[in-house]
Design a protein around this ligand. Sequence first.
Ligand SMILES: Nc1ncnc2c1ncn2[C@@H]1O[C@H](COP(=O)(O)OP(=O)(O)OP(=O)(O)O)[C@@H](O)[C@H]1O
Ligand SMILES: [Mg+2]
Length: 308
Amino acid sequence: MTVIQTRVLTKRYGGSKVAALDSLSIDVGEGVTGVVGANGAGKSTLIKILLGLLSPTSGDATVLGHDIRTEGEAIRTAVGYMPEHDCLPPDMRAIDFVVHMGRVSGLPPAAARERAADVLRHVGLAEERYRLMGGYSTGMKQRAKLAQALVHDPRLVMLDEPTNGLDPAAREDMLALVRRIGHDFGIPVLVTSHLLGELERISDHVVVLDAGHLLRSEATTAFTADTGHVLVEVLGEDAQSRMGQALAARGVAWQPRGQLLEIDPADAPPDALRDIVRDLAAELGLGLVRIQPQTGRLEDVFREEVPA
Ligand SMILES: Nc1ncnc2c1ncn2[C@@H]1O[C@H](COP(=O)(O)OP(=O)(O)OP(=O)(O)O)[C@@H](O)[C@H]1O
Ligand SMILES: [Mg+2]
């Protein structure tokens, strides 16, 4: 099921020549969709347009079947939104704030209180929910922001950089929460980050933005699939170049990957290639650390496609 669809969506701020979003056409389905891009890539602009908070300069989009230009209110009723920047009133307790957000979203008072307590516990703010949010750590603030996005049982959530400012442990917790929302609770999630590695792990689908342009929109497995290449690591003096020369003499093409050798096994079947590498390492007196299939990583997508 398609939950978000954009067609040649373009946004220029205040008559600027440079488009913050440039002719973006994507389809977002169920599960977790990661939107990845560097600072200024257009991630927040996209989310604000999808919520009907900003109007696009041109192009169209629908969210849960609603037109962003005319049905922003219906979209905001159905969608949970976690903004990028701090939006928490410092002189409120998390419990009161989340109840309030539930009430604003149309929940009756008793249901709002019950749901608020549930979601706060779910995001890991159990005791802390009675404290004023002004005294919260960044990690606690991110959790409170997530709780208010979930309180009204949304049919879709949009999370703008939920791991921003978190230490590694808190980052892992947040990623696990996001994954659970998408998979265990079955609520489609659109989540942004400028860190590729973390979205790679929790997303079913990844959209890569670069300066407002769509670089790729693909299932995560397409990014991380086996590339068919083989990586070889050898140790010893001039290990890489000596092994490289010996391979080339056998007609095996290779290229450097850091300290490793990347081989396209098109010339030799993989089993034969393993034997060749092992024998050459022995002949040259090099330590053979590993021979392994190379899998793609999102980082490589960037390296290959974004001009430095
Ligand atoms: N209100 C605004 N007025 C003018 N330009 C803006 C405005 N908001 C964003 N921009 C510009 O639009 C582009 C995209 O910004 P946006 O905030 O959508 O990127 P982002 O991917 O969310 O970046 P970040 O990772 O820093 O949050 C940037 O060049 C930014 O300077
Ligand atoms: Mg942003």
